[in-house]
Design a protein around this ligand. Structure first.
Ligand SMILES: *Cc1c(COP(=O)(O)O)cnc(C)c1O
Length: 465
């Protein structure tokens, strides 16, 4: 299996290379040159598989001969053994044709564990084999940081540095990062905002000279191909559980960077009968504006009750655009270059293709709270604010009654007690058992000035031998 860049100018890579690469050298994102596909019979047979077995089936063709089958099986089995539900991704029914796929039973209670638990293990495996060590650097406003740290905490060949804006992430989110112990884990609280953190990470990828010569820098944000790959699995898992391929299904996906929903698009390209993919956004509605006006443009960031979806551009959207523009790398490079300096519009053909499968819905904070409250009233089921946006969008989509809509529940409600309160529920949402003592555990993080040189000096001094 070869991976190619959406901008057509970077070299093609194999799985191992793409695992260790973030952005392609031409500024594009890597995608498979050709997708594996499954026949209806093969999909029907997936109903007999448990989650790790299905993951192995879906993931194997992407990894190809880069990892021996038995080793890949061990890595996948260990990954999903970390999840605290026997079904790994269980489903809950809210109404006749409304379902919730719970993706929050991993160590940090958000769907990012599905990808980052696997990514950490895959990286450590290939690094061990290459006798190589790397540095992971990332910025987080919440979920990604903790999931990445949990995913890497046992990795001998990785030093991980996660920058978060000091005093600007929730207590639960900060503690999920800073209470993880391990000499290879470094939490840096930067006296700035999230954009400052992200700018430092970007600058460090641009000039890596502050690192020892034998260390490369690896990104674990959602542009990493392996993250998308891991997320394809649960679309198959849920659809097959509800009767696919005989019965088509739809998914509603709380969307930020378009990584999660892009995995759903790939599942469909691989043969899964998905009738519709609903892009559910909060006030930061860049994709809803694309779908309704064919214009892609930045607007100021709004802070909402669903912080993990607070973005101004959706980086993985470029991967879909690549297909919408017939995989023409030169056209994409031109489009994205123009986007750097202002709003762009998409062609009628591209938009028509997008609208065949995707629809979108924007949900305000107020509607988010209403959804949390009404789902509680009707079902005694507590949604986190991100998942509530998904459910609200699923209900608004008004799909034919015979098409079940599966909303991806991307986080556990205990991560966002503030939103639950805003919804007028006094429910004390308790953390799952493995995190019960989160507020008693000692924290470890360094507070650093909002300056690139301080951050890079700190990193250079603390990297493991
Ligand atoms: C990251 C995240 C999202 C958005 O996922 P994307 O892949 O960026 O679209 C939604 N909900 C939660 C809880 C998240 O952590």
């Amino acid at each position: 299996m070869k991976y190619i860049s959406t901008r057509g100018q970077a070299p093609a890579l194999n799985f191992e290379q793409v695992l260790l690469t973030g952005l392609a050298a031409d500024g594009g994102l890597y995608v498979p040159e050709q997708l594996p596909s499954f026949s209806r019979d093969e999909i029907a047979a997936m109903a007999a598989l448990d989650y790790p077995q299905l993951a192995l089936k879906i993931i194997s063709p992407f990894v190809d001969d880069c990892i021996p089958a038995a080793d890949l099986k061990t890595i996948i089995d260990e990954t999903y053994a970390e999840f605290r539900h026997n079904a790994v991704a269980p489903m809950v029914q809210l109404a006749a044709n409304q379902w919730v796929l719970e993706l929050f039973h991993g160590p940090t209670l958000a769907f990012k564990d599905f990808a980052l638990q696997l990514l950490g293990r895959l990286l450590d495996y290939v690094l061990e084999r290459k006798h190589q060590k790397v540095v992971i650097m990332g910025a987080t406003s919440g979920d990604t940081g903790s999931a990445a740290i949990e995913g890497c905490k046992r990795c001998k060949n990785i030093d991980i540095y996660i920058l978060h804006p000091h005093n600007r992430v929730s207590d639960v989110q900060r503690r999920q990062m800073t209470t993880v112990t391990g000499d290879n884990i470094h939490n840096l609280a930067v006296e700035g905002n999230f954009d400052d953190c992200q700018a430092m990470v970007k600058a460090s990828f641009g000039d890596r000279s502050f690192l020892p010569a034998d260390r490369s820098l690896v990104a674990v944000n959602s542009i990493n191909w392996a993250r998308i790959m891991a997320q394809i699995v649960y679309y198959f898992y849920a659809a097959v559980a509800l009767g696919a391929p005989a019965r088509p299904v739809a998914f509603s996906v709380p969307t930020g960077n378009f990584g999660d929903i892009f995995a759903g698009y790939l599942a469909r390209q691989m043969g899964l009968p998905i009738e519709r993919l609903i892009i559910a956004t909060n006030h930061n509605d860049v994709l809803h504006r694309v779908m309704t006006t064919a214009t892609y443009g930045r607007q100021p960031l709004a802070h909402t009750l669903s912080p993990s979806m607070d973005i101004t551009v959706s980086s993985n959207f470029e991967r879909l655009l690549f297909d919408l523009y017939d995989r023409d790398g030169a056209a994409l490079a031109d489009l994205m270059r123009r986007f750097d300096s202002g709003d762009i519009s998409f062609s009628d053909t591209a938009m028509a293709r997008a609208r065949e499968l995707f629809s979108s819905h924007r949900v305000s904070d107020e509607q988010t709270c209403e959804q949390i409250a009404s789902t509680w009233r009707d079902n005694e089921y507590l949604l986190d604010p991100h998942s509530a946006i998904g459910v609200a969008a699923a209900l608004a989509a008004q799909l034919p009654h015979e098409v079940p809509v599966i909303t991806l529940a991307t986080a556990h409600p205990a991560k966002f007690p503030q939103a639950i309160k805003s919804a007028g529920l006094d429910q004390v949402v308790s953390l799952p058992l493995h995190l019960k003592d989160l507020f008693e555990r000692p924290e470890r993080f360094a507070v650093l000035p909002n300056a690139l040189s301080d951050v890079q000096d700190y990193m250079a001094k603390s990297i493991s031998a």
